[in-house]
Design a protein around this ligand. Structure first.
Ligand code: AMP
Length: 217
């Protein structure tokens, strides 16, 4: 199964993708996570991406398409769930081209819909573990011990691009450049609109209901 998860930054894509990947045995491919790993490793790719990420802007398509095509090639045959990619119509077109060449296609697109005010609140409270990437929230998804990762005991941090000014820019970028991707997929694929103004567990239940129905067809 090959799935794309769309939604604004802070819509809960990462949390939901991890759950989808675990339930259906898929590889979770997050463009943001791959970029953060490249930055941490000090690679050329990471250095090129840095200024765009810090400003809440999109890294150029050419860099991202190449990076994600490489990650997709390495994914196992049973498939993947894409998180944060594609983020422009051009990226979506390039992804379709690469999949067609490999005799594959996207089976389902999930579109997480959240209102902007809620996103700003969610991102202000988001904390993550720099070591394992687990994501928490100060109010909705608390770790067992405040400020500490449940998995490895590392100290939780706020992503530098989750500060208010950058969040505003990321939302603007989303509306201008990524919302048209939803329309692109609605013309070409099955898109499941999911109301994501709810708890993470409620959103997961709605996603699983749609995917289970699809798998059983
Ligand atoms: P995320 O963790 O998905 O919110 O991504 C963090 C940042 O990485 C974004 O604000 C962008 O600067 C960059 N980024 C991630 N995915 C993409 C993409 N598909 N296209 C362009 N830039 C991206």
């Amino acid at each position: 199964m090959r799935i794309v998860l769309l939604g604004a930054p802070g819509a809960g894509k990462g949390t939901q993708c991890k759950r989808i990947a675990a339930k259906y045995g898929l590889m979770h491919l997050s463009s943001g996570d791959i970029l953060r790993q490249e930055r941490a490793a000090g690679s050329n790719l990471g250095k090129k991406a840095q200024s765009y990420m810090d400003a809440g802007e999109l890294v150029p398509d050419k860099i991202i398409v190449e990076m994600m095509a490489g990650a997709i090639k390495k994914a196992a045959d049973n498939g993947f769930v894409l998180d944060g990619f594609p983020r422009t119509v051009n990226q979506a077109v390039e992804l379709d081209k690469a999949l067609t060449l490999a005799g594959q296609k996207i089976n389902a697109v999930l579109n997480l819909e959240v209102n902007d005010q809620l996103i700003v609140r969610r991102m202000a409270g988001r904390r993550s573990c720099p070591k394992c990437g687990a994501v928490y929230h100060l109010e909705n998804l608390k770790p067992k011990v405040e400020g500490i990762c449940d998995n490895d005991g590392d100290k939780l941090v706020q992503r530098p691009d989750d500060n208010a000014k950058v969040v505003a820019n990321r939302l603007k970028t989303y509306h201008q450049q990524t919302e048209p991707v939803v329309a692109y997929y609605k013309n070409n694929n099955t898109v499941y609109d999911i109301n994501a103004n709810r708890t993470a567990d409620e959103v997961t239940a709605a996603i699983f209901e749609n995917l289970d129905a699809m798998v059983s067809v």
